[in-house]
Ligand binder design. Structure first.
Ligand code: HPA
Length: 259
């Protein structure tokens, strides 16, 4: 699965990862795309020996809410910069009992509850209608790489999870989370879609590193506070960064997505 000539890895940083301090920055580029401007400049650099292009999903400073992120521009810009594999770092709420605050989840499936977002490159003046296969939204080889890196680093991770992607920006009601759970969701977040399907449309490998920053609504006795979220980010982000550092060069060598 690896061995293809290496390509830069795209990292899309979410809440709590507006910049990547471990990146040795070699350049910053403001780009435009046919879909408008990405959320932030493309920050080019190296993590260890691996070329990386970092993009801040909510802008730098953090100011773009999940439903207003220009996901199409973000993915298009990374693909156009030569990226073949994208790691999306996402703050999420935990629904499954094993997925409490500061825990890291590498989901394997996703259910899309978002609406009204620019969610496909296949619209406008088209020659043909295209329906991509999306049976497996995350690239298995990229998931396996990240999971192995986490284990090697001693960072506990869940190697499965159904990500329920909600519209936001408000958090859910307890009844909504109960419904997500009945649907089979293990975690909930606002930024997983359409990022994953746009990556698939561009044939980019895509893997999500989900950092749980709170129990989803109704899953603990308390309401959700920003203080709790910030504490979980503080506690969990160092593990995310270690996983990123340990997986980068292998992610850079992955073969292009085949389907
Ligand atoms: N729900 C949706 N998105 C989130 C949550 C949540 O509980 N926590 C972080 N992102």
């Amino acid at each position: 699965m690896s061995n293809a000539a290496s390509a830069p890895v795209g990292i899309i940083g979410g809440t709590g990862l507006t910049t990547l301090s471990s990146l040795e920055i070699t350049g910053e580029r403001e780009v435009e795309t046919p879909w408008g401007a990405p959320s932030s400049m493309l920050v080019e650099g190296c993590l260890g020996d691996q070329p990386v292009i970092f993009l801040s999903r909510h802008g730098n400073p953090h100011r773009i809410p999940p439903h207003q992120v220009n996901y199409r521009a973000n993915l298009w810009a990374l693909e156009n910069a030569g990226v073949r594999t994208v790691v999306g770092v996402n703050a999420v709420g935990g629904i499954h009992p094993a997925m409490g605050p500061a825990h890291v989840v590498i989901p394997d499936q996703i259910i899309d509850y978002t609406w009204g977002r620019g969610s496909t490159f296949y619209e406008g003046e088209l020659d043909a209608v295209t329906h991509i296969d999306f049976t497996f939204p995350y690239t298995e080889s990229a998931r396996a790489t990240v999971i192995a890196a986490a284990r090697q680093q001693g960072v506990p991770v869940s190697d499965f999870g159904v990500y329920g992607a909600t519209q936001g920006p408000r958090l859910e009601t307890a009844a909504e989370v109960a419904r997500l759970e009945r649907d089979g969701c293990h975690l909930v977040g606002m930024t997983g879609m359409p990022e994953a399907s746009l990556a698939a449309e561009l044939k980019l490998n895509y893997v999500c590193l989900g950092l749980v920053v709170n129990w989803a609504a109704g899953k603990s006795d308390d309401i959700i506070t920003m203080a709790e979220i910030e504490a979980a980010i503080e506690q969990g982000m160092s593990g995310v960064k270690r996983i990123l550092a340990a997986s980068m060069s292998q992610l850079g060598g992955l073969s292009p997505r085949s389907a």
